[in-house]
Ligand binder design. Structure first.
Ligand SMILES: NC(=O)c1ccc[n+]([C@@H]2O[C@H](COP(=O)([O-])OP(=O)(O)OC[C@H]3O[C@@H](n4cnc5c(N)ncnc54)[C@H](OP(=O)(O)O)[C@@H]3O)[C@@H](O)[C@H]2O)c1
Length: 297
């Protein structure tokens, strides 16, 4: 039986790629925040009820993939109430409605729930310990979703870039055009993730849970391998036919930001693979494919 997906945050970077990754025999509804505001409990209840009914009437299996979030990491430091509304309260409303209508919910979360001081890839079961407002609100969202809906799964990802919306790849391309050299931090480690690869992974997970699968309820999905922001920037330069040596390494202390960044953000994909899900390809291969496809910059 084919899938029907409801994607709150459907006009965001990841949301638009979930639409692109939805199989042709399925249906996808990807509302903007104006059309489906997660912080409005009544709006969420009506939207999920209507979605579940229309999907089942059409003989499809409904799944909600929550791609909506307050993602302005630095702004969240001084806008904590709003970040909490969107990242914790809203997902709680969504989970309550999904539970009521027995609709599986996939909720996207972040490496920022971890303290970022590890020295081996974080497993989904490792202790959390967010250091920023954004991370704390996302962790609160995870907890609400998992405690409210029996059929809810949290998928943490990191360092996402894609065709839609601003991201690091686009920023590097823009700065390359305007500067001879760039300084990029070389002491933060993570795994770049092409949002289209993540979207395909989410659709695979949606199909699995829609047909009764019961993978672990917290999973990690990022591009394979790891690098630093400087390494990522040099790879972007190389893909664009530019000299990677124009990117110079610097330290986090050279770029003070309102929200602390995790020094180590690598998420282990072992639980994802053990659940029978296709590992996302290596970040370097994905970057080459994304550039070749014209998705970035
Ligand atoms: N980007 C990354 O590097 C990264 C890393 C780790 C995890 N993540 C997670 O990945 C997910 C997708 O992120 P993204 O990169 O696609 O972010 P994005 O481009 O900023 O998209 C987020 C979307 O959420 C929507 N939204 C905001 N408030 C909302 C509300 N009250 N109700 C409904 N929708 C609302 C926004 O719509 P409007 O703009 O119309 O308000 C926006 O389209 C998020 O859960 C994020 O935490 C991202």
């Amino acid at each position: 039986m084919a899938l029907a997906l409801l994607v709150p945050g459907g006009r965001g970077q990841l949301g638009q790629d979930v639409v692109a990754a939805t199989p042709g025999d399925g249906l996808v509804h990807a509302p903007s925040s104006a059309e489906l505001d997660l912080t409005d409990a009544a709006v969420v209840a009506d939207a999920v009820a209507a979605f579940a009914a229309s999907a089942r009437d059409a003989g499809l299996r409904p799944v909600v993939v929550n791609a909506a979030a307050y993602t302005a990491v630095d702004a969240a430091e001084t806008d904590a109430d709003r970040a909490f509304e969107v990242n914790a309260v809203g997902p709680g409303h969504l989970a309550a409605s999904c539970h009521e209508h027995d609709v599986p919910l996939l909720h996207v979360s972040t490496d920022y729930v971890f303290p970022g001081d590890g020295d081996r890839p974080y497993e989904p079961t490792d202790p959390t310990g967010p250091r920023s407002v954004y991370g704390r609100t996302k962790l609160a969202g995870e907890e609400r979703v998992l405690s409210t809906a029996a059929r809810a799964w949290v998928v943490r990802t990191a360092w996402v870039y894609g065709e839609h919306g601003g991201n690091f790849v686009k920023t590097m391309a823009r700065l390359a055009a305007a500067n001879d050299t760039l300084s990029v931090v070389d002491d933060q480690v993570g795994s770049p993730t092409w949002s289209l690869d993540l979207a395909h992974g989410l659709v695979e997970l949606a199909a699995a849970v829609a047909s009764g699968g019961t993978p672990p309820r917290v999973l990690h999905a990022t591009g394979g391998g790891e690098t630093t922001w400087c390494g990522f920037a040099r790879a972007i330069f190389a893909e664009l036919g530019l000299d990677p040596e124009r990117v110079r390494p610097c330290g986090t202390a050279d770029f003070p930001r309102p929200a602390p960044r995790p020094a180590y953000s690598v998420l282990s994909g072992r639980a994802w693979a053990d659940a029978g899900l296709t590992p996302l390809r290596h970040w370097r291969e994905a970057l080459r494919a994304a550039v070749a496809a014209g998705a970035v910059p």
